[in-house]
Design a binder for this molecule. Structure first.
Ligand code: FAD
Length: 400
């Protein structure tokens, strides 16, 4: 089965690697110019994501990409008082792995290089614009006129998926949440934090982790109207960072210290809510990662779910000869889990919006909300990609 993967982000690159390990051909078509050109700042890979990487044979990738461990969360109110926590000290014993903070581009490059070394082909400057069903399978047409025919096409092309739009034109579109995320890493004179530190500031939410005198920080800037597609690409960094300092000028000392040291952000990303996508597959096309189920960044689960998808889909494609059958098995196995996390993410996102009246209520109810959230977190972190025998058992039984 020749598989064409559209998108070389974390979902596409992990899938390419996992398919090669499963003895399948994999070609990745990526719109960007090179693997280095990935942008983004940093991300938190949760224990389930680290375990999913290990399940496909990339257990050492987070460390090779320069990641450092982070476990647990402390939540503070706008005056700096700690109002809730999510302990993470037992994560290793409980889940078999700790979460890791990574520079996004380094993780992408590491996984993509491993996929290439395992025999996957990566095509760059390959922006998909059209998909056609042909007698030999599915034909992909790229913006520069190139075409490719494959038995199966996987849409790993993110929240704005072209594969989704071309295959299911009626599928929902992402809706803007009223917040723009931005962040960076900045040298600071603050102690290391094993736990991620979260602040419900006076006007906006702020989070950071310090490792070896470098703060990895982000803020959610409220902005009512949806920014134009390229509007945030060329921000004047001096003006932008000054406006972020003003946004947090009343907030506690560590927030001020980090922003005073920061000279720029590594980008600004409008945050979107992705409604549930009903159709993930047909006979020749399947969606994975954010293309299928973009969960809120507040969950810290998007990349981990994308890697889990890759591990699960590669296993189905190894054991099924017909792409449609593999896709159906994959979809059935993944839908409930991803939808549950998407729903949890919407509740978290709502709590980050600041208003003077709402903040008092939120601060009072947050510990209770987090106690309920701890159960959801345990389910998220505790998931292990099932091994092939566990999957095959019921099918073999059915044939007996
Ligand atoms: C601000 C922010 C912070 C986040 N923080 C975290 C975090 O801390 N932890 C976490 O787990 N998740 C986080 N996420 C979510 C995480 O980034 C995504 O869930 C994850 O990147 C999904 O991976 P993906 O490969 O499915 O999609 P993407 O990373 O979006 O990759 C899609 C790829 O497809 C390519 N592409 C798009 N269209 C085409 C086309 N037509 N033809 C060819 N190629 C195409 C793109 O160039 C891109 O390389 C965050 C998201 C945001 C926005």
């Amino acid at each position: 089965m020749k598989t064409l993967i559209i998108g070389g982000g974390i979902a596409g690159s992990s899938l390419a690697f996992a398919l090669r390990r499963a003895g399948r051909e994999a070609v990745v078509a990526e719109a960007r110019g090179s693997q280095r050109d990935t942008g983004g700042a940093f991300l938190y890979l949760a224990p389930n994501g680290v375990n999913a990487l290990a399940a496909i044979g990339l257990g050492d990738a987070p460390a090779a990409a320069g990641g450092f461990e982070a476990y647990g969360l402390d939540f503070h109110n706008a005056r700096g008082r700690k109002i809730a926590e999510l302990a993470g000290e037992q994560d290793l014993a409980r889940y078999g792995a700790r979460g890791v903070v990574l520079r996004r581009a380094r993780l992408h490059a590491e996984v993509a290089q491993r996929a290439q070394a395992a025999g996957a082909t990566f095509l760059f400057n390959a922006r998909l614009v059209e998909l056609r069903t042909v007698p030999q399978g599915v034909e992909a047409v790229f913006a520069d006129g190139r075409t490719l025919i494959a038995d199966a096409v996987i849409g790993a092309d993110g929240i704005w998926s072209t594969v989704r739009r071309l295959t299911w034109p009626e599928a929902p579109r992402p809706s803007y949440t009223g917040m723009v995320d931005c962040g960076s890493w900045t040298e600071v004179d603050l102690p290391d934090t094993a736990r991620q530190q979260m602040y419900f500031g006076h006007r906006a939410f702020f989070g950071y982790t310090v490792n070896d005198k470098v703060a990895y920080w982000f803020t959610n800037v409220p902005r009512h109207d949806e920014p134009g597609r390229y509007e945030l690409a060329d921000l004047d960094q001096g003006d932008w960072i000054a406006s972020i300092r003003r946004l947090h000028e009343l907030d506690p000392a560590p927030v001020q210290a980090i922003l005073n040291a920061a000279r720029h952000t590594l980008g600004a990303w409008p945050l979107y809510d992705m409604p549930t996508v009903d159709a993930w597959h047909d006979e020749g096309v399947c969606l994975v990662g954010d293309a299928a189920h973009a969960v809120s960044p507040s969950t810290g689960q998007g990349a981990s779910l994308a890697i889990e998808d890759a591990a699960v889909l590669a296993r189905w494609m190894q054991h099924e000869t017909r792409p449609g059958a593999a896709f159906a098995g994959f979809t059935e196995e993944r839908k409930v889990r991803t939808e549950k996390i998407a729903c949890f993410g919407r509740q978290l996102g709502d709590r980050k919006v600041s208003s003077a009246a709402g903040n008092v209520f939120r601060d009072l109810t947050l510990p209770m909300f987090l106690r309920m959230g701890a159960k959801a977190t345990a389910e998220q972190y505790g998931y292990r990609v099932p091994t092939p025998p566990a999957l095959r058992a019921p099918r073999e039984k059915a044939h007996e």
